[in-house]
Design a protein around this ligand. Structure first.
Ligand code: MLT
Length: 393
C-alpha cells in the first residue's frame, strides 16, 4: 500500500498567498461593485519592457525556421545569458565563472530544489518573519528548523549571536517580507559565522535591483562568501518576469562541503531533473541586459520605488512604525492600534478594499505586523494610500 510523505502533514493547510487569494475572491464575489486594490502578493503590474519583448519575438520567429530552431538547450542555460549575467555581476565587483551560473525558471523553485543536495540531518536556521518557501520546503523534507527572531529591536535584521547554530542558513536582502537591507558589516558577520561553523548560507537576492544606497547587492561582495554561500536571483522583480519565469542560481567552485564541490552536485542534480529554461524565455532575459533593456527595466524599478516611497510617507504621516520602502518594493509596518494581523487584513479589505499580507503569515514575529507591496500601478497606490490615511488618521 502506498505511503505518502508524512512530513506533508506538518505543513499549514494552505500556502499563504493561496489563503489570501481565497479570502479576496470571497469578498469580491459578495461585493462585485467594490474596487479592490491589490498590494498583497508581490506580483508586478507593468508589462515586459520593449527590449525584452523584441528579443522574445525574434526568438519566437526563429523557432519557426529550420536554421534558427532550438531543441533541448544546455541544462545550465545558454552561454549568451550566462555571460550577460557574468557581466552584470562585474558591475558590482563580483567576478564569476560562467559555469558557476545556472539559469532556472525562478528563485522559488531553486530555493526548494537545492535541498536535494543536503542530508535531512542538517539543522536549518531561518530568520522569522520569512518568505514561507524556506520553511515549507524544509518541513517537506523533515529537517529540524530553528527560528532566529527578527523584530523591532534588531530592525528586522538579525545577526549571529553566541548561541546561534545551524548547518543551513537562509538570508534574504533586501528582505521579503520586511524590506530591511543588510549592511556590509552585518553580512560580513554572517559570512564569518558560516565559515567558522562549516555552515552554508542560502542567500536570496531576488530584490537586489531595488538597492540604490550602496548596500551589498550580492553576498559575493563580502570576502569569503564564495566559500560559504549559494546565491539565488530572479528576473521576476527586476524585469517583470513573474509570469515569464526565469532566474539564476550561483554555485561557486570554491564551495566545498564534506569533501564535495557543491557545483558538481548541483550540476548532477540539474542535468537529471531539469531540461533548462525555454530558449525564447532565455532570449527575453537576455533583452534585460541590452543597453535599452537596462534603461527600461531601471525606469520600471524607479516607478515601483516611487510607490514604495508614497507608502513610506503615508506611514510617517500617520506615525506608524515601519521598515523597508527605500531599497525595497515592500513596506512592513506595525498594525495600527496593536491589531492582530489577520484581523487587520479583514478590516482593511472590508473597510477600504485594500489587500495586503498579514505579517503572521510570514512567522511568529510577524504577528501584529503587515506588508504592503509596491508593485501596483501609481493610480492604485495613490488611491489605496488615500483610503488608508482616511481610515487611520
Ligand atoms: C511575495 O509576495 O512574497 C512574492 O511575490 C512571492 C514570490 O516571489 O514567490
Amino acid at each position: 500500500m502506498l505511503k505518502i510523505n508524512e512530513n506533508y502533514r506538518n505543513l499549514k493547510e494552505s500556502y499563504l498567498f493561496s489563503e489570501i487569494a481565497k479570502r479576496v475572491k470571497e469578498y469580491q464575489d459578495a461585493n462585485p461593485d467594490k474596487k479592490v486594490i491589490r498590494m498583497g502578493i508581490g506580483d508586478v503590474s507593468l508589462p515586459l519592457c520593449p527590449a525584452v519583448v523584441d528579443e522574445m519575438q525574434q526568438a519566437a520567429v526563429g523557432m519557426g525556421k529550420a536554421e534558427t530552431f532550438h531543441g533541448y538547450g544546455p541544462e545550465q542555460g545558454y552561454a549568451f545569458l550566462r555571460e550577460a549575467i557574468q557581466g552584470y555581476y562585474k558591475e558590482f565587483g563580483v567576478s564569476l565563472e560562467a559555469d558557476e551560473i545556472f539559469v532556472s525558471d525562478g528563485a522559488k523553485s531553486d530555493v526548494g530544489n537545492i535541498l536535494d543536495l543536503f542530508s535531512t540531518d542538517n539543522t536549518v536556521l531561518i530568520p522569522d518573519p520569512v518568505y514561507p518557501v524556506y520553511v515549507d520546503t524544509n518541513i517537506m523534507d523533515g529537517r529540524k528548523i530553528t527560528f532566529l527572531p527578527a523584530n523591532r529591536e534588531n530592525h528586522f535584521l538579525p545577526v549571529p549571536g553566541p548561541d546561534t547554530q545551524g548547518d543551513i542558513i537562509y538570508l534574504c536582502s533586501p528582505n521579503n517580507p520586511t524590506g530591511a537591507v543588510y549592511s556590509r558589516e552585518q553580512l560580513g558577520a554572517w559570512v564569518d559565522f558560516a565559515k567558522a561553523n562549516g555552515s552554508l548560507i542560502l542567500f536570496d537576492a531576488a530584490y537586489e535591483s531595488f538597492i540604490s544606497d550602496g548596500s551589498p547587492r550580492s553576498i559575493y561582495e563580502i570576502d569569503g562568501a564564495k566559500e560559504c554561500a549559494v546565491e539565488f536571483c530572479s528576473f521576476s522583480k527586476t524585469a517583470g518576469f513573474t509570469g515569464t519565469r526565469c532566474g539564476y542560481t550561483i554555485v561557486p567552485h570554491t564551495l566545498v562541503f564534506d569533501g564535495t564541490p557543491l557545483n558538481r552536485l548541483w550540476l548532477r542534480r540539474q542535468t537529471t531533473k531539469f531540461n533548462g529554461v525555454a530558449y525564447v524565455v532565455q532570449r527575453a532575459a537576455m533583452g534585460v541586459f541590452t543597453p535599452e533593456g537596462r534603461r527600461q527595466t531601471r525606469e520600471n524599478i524607479e516607478y515601483y520605488k516611487r510607490n514604495a516611497q508614497l507608502m513610506a510617507e503615508t506611514m510617517e504621516k500617520l506615525g506608524i512604525w515601519y521598515t523597508g520602502g527605500k531599497n525595497s518594493p515592500y513596506v512592513w509596518f506595525q498594525c495600527p492600534g496593536g491589531a492582530d494581523s489577520w484581523a487587520f487584513f479583514d478590516e482593511l479589505l472590508h473597510k477600504a478594499q485594500i489587500v495586503g499580507t498579514p505579517g503572521e503569515g510570514f512567522g511568529e514575529n510577524g504577528k501584529g505586523y503587515f506588508r504592503f507591496s509596491a508593485f501596483s500601478s501609481h493610480e492604485d497606490t495613490q488611491e489605496a494610500m488615500k483610503r488608508f490615511y482616511e481610515l487611520y488618521r
